[in-house]
Write a protein of this length. Structure first.
Length: 487
């Protein structure tokens, strides 16, 4: 099914490319335009927005209608679609429900169900708040099972190599699998600290519980002070569940450090984490835990509920930290029918874009941008930015999710002149396989206070050399600073 879909998308891209006009290379982007000489494919556009009766002004363009991969700049599309759908103050709710009776002794005579509400930012803190509220409701024992229901979506079929490989093992945190009942961004966390003396194993504890929640195979040795700390961490999934493999050494005087690795089953991770918290609260579960794709019965009553952070706060994490788990979970929430997949999530974003004036073609297969088949143009991306600029109730939350280079979370964007660093708000996108992608999009303010938008997408090919951020941001900062200075 996926191969047929991608084949149709490829045909659409070729058709779009054959119909779009070509703008003179380097027009307004004198420095950035030099990259075309090395074989990189570029789509770029910068323009002043119309305001106070003044028309917009095109300041620079390099093939602005060209369809290229935007990588994580896709998250700007997701942010706009999410704000349009729910508004900045929307909160996703997670509930503990049951159809069983609670007797006078505090025993729930049946199953306790966690109804996963698709909260992209669900955390251990939220699960602990649910546990406390369950205790406040009088529950002291669960006779049945803990059931984690991911009926809205999950487990979601993987469509990228990293996520597919992550079903069995992973050495990173960004390839987390997806579920409407996932916690902690689909990541396990363990804390690694030196042992009591040199020669002893490192001390490993859970970040979310007094005891270990998942099995750990610890082969990190404590070494004498100042001997260096170097270790690896890999999560593997075995028949009995997830295991964290730790190898290497840690100095006796080293500070403890948290290690995050994507889990092999986010709903099961949630179940194990919640079980640990119920145990700490003195609430026993007689029947163990299971995960489910069944919707809780309509007759199930709510025993505890927690609301997550407001959407505008979630978007700060989605955009500033380019959190792929949060982005794709948020995109899946845009699908109205249960059992959503990423293709449907992408279609929901495309439907939103279809209503934007003067945008043109777009292809979104995910909200995160991890899928290299996502396509848009610099002109289209700027149309999105301009549309949000004119929505006064949504624009403050939208623009706040972009980063200023001077205060950026990511160090690599802290470059260029003070004029560039202080007058720009941007979102970046990075991919390295199967080809290099460096994309950047956002807003700028001129010295007179006028707003502008810009988007630059640079895509490599199999024959182009390695592409780093300095190659893109350095010339771009010169070009944009010149435009800002001139207006």
């Amino acid at each position: 099914m996926m191969s047929r879909t991608l084949a149709r998308l490829g045909c659409l891209l070729l058709l779009c490319g054959s119909l779009l006009p070509v703008t003179a290379v380097g027009s307004g982007f004198a420095e950035l335009g030099k990259m075309t000489e090395s074989g990189f494919r570029i789509s770029a556009e910068a323009r002043l927005l119309g305001d106070g009766g003044r028309d917009g002004v095109l300041l620079g363009a390099i093939e602005p209608q060209r369809q290229l991969s935007p990588a994580s700049v896709s998250k700007a599309y997701l942010a706009a679609a999410a704000l349009d759908r729910w508004g900045p103050q929307h909160r996703f709710a997670t509930r503990l429900v049951s159809t069983a009776e609670l007797d006078a002794d505090g025993v729930l005579r049946g199953d306790l169900i966690l109804d996963g509400g698709g909260d992209p930012g669900l955390s251990s803190e939220d699960l602990w708040r649910l546990t406390q509220r369950l205790h406040q409701a009088g529950v002291r024992e669960i006779e049945g099972r803990l059931v984690v229901s991911q009926w809205r979506f999950g487990p979601v079929e993987c469509i990228t190599t990293d996520r597919c490989e992550g079903q069995s093992r992973t050495a990173n945190s960004y390839s987390a699998l997806l579920s409407s009942a996932g916690v902690n961004h689909g990541n396990w966390c363990v804390n690694v600290a030196p042992g009591a003396a040199a020669g002893e194993p490192a001390r490993i504890t859970s970040c979310d519980s007094q005891g270990l929640i998942l099995e750990v195979d610890n082969r990190i040795e404590t070494r004498p002070p100042d001997s260096g700390t170097e270790f690896s961490a890999e999560r593997v999934t075995r028949e009995e569940g997830d295991v964290m493999l730790l190898r290497g050494q840690i100095s006796l005087n080293a500070s403890p450090r948290d290690v995050y690795r994507a889990s092999g089953d986010p709903a099961r991770q949630t179940a194990r984490t919640l079980m640990a918290m119920l145990e700490q609260a003195g609430i026993g579960v007689g029947g163990g835990y299971v995960t489910s794709i069944d919707q809780p019965a309509a007759s199930a009553r709510t025993l505890a509920q927690v609301e997550g952070r407001a959407l505008q706060e979630l978007l700060l994490h989605v955009m500033n930290y380019s959190n792929n788990f949060m982005a794709d979970v948020l995109a899946l929430n845009l699908v109205d029918t249960p059992r959503a997949d990423l293709f449907q999530a992408g279609e929901a974003i495309q439907q939103y874009v279809a209503g934007l004036p003067d945008h043109g073609p777009v292809i979104m297969l995910s909200g995160s941008g991890l899928t290299t088949e996502n396509r848009t143009s610099a002109h289209g991306s700027n149309a999105l930015l301009e549309s949000m600029f004119h929505r006064s109730s949504l624009f403050p939350s939208f623009v706040a999710s972009f980063q200023s280079p001077a205060n950026g979370v990511s160090r690599f964007i802290r470059r260029g002149s003070p004029l560039f660093q202080d007058h720009i708000m941007l979102k970046t996108g990075t991919l390295n396989q199967p080809y290099a992608v460096r994309a950047v999009s956002g807003y700028f303010r001129t010295r007179s206070g006028r707003w502008g938008v810009f988007t630059v997408m640079v895509n490599g090919t199999s024959s182009t050399p390695w592409l780093n951020w300095a190659q893109v941001l350095d010339p771009l900062s010169e070009d944009l600073a010149r435009m800002i200075e001139a207006h």
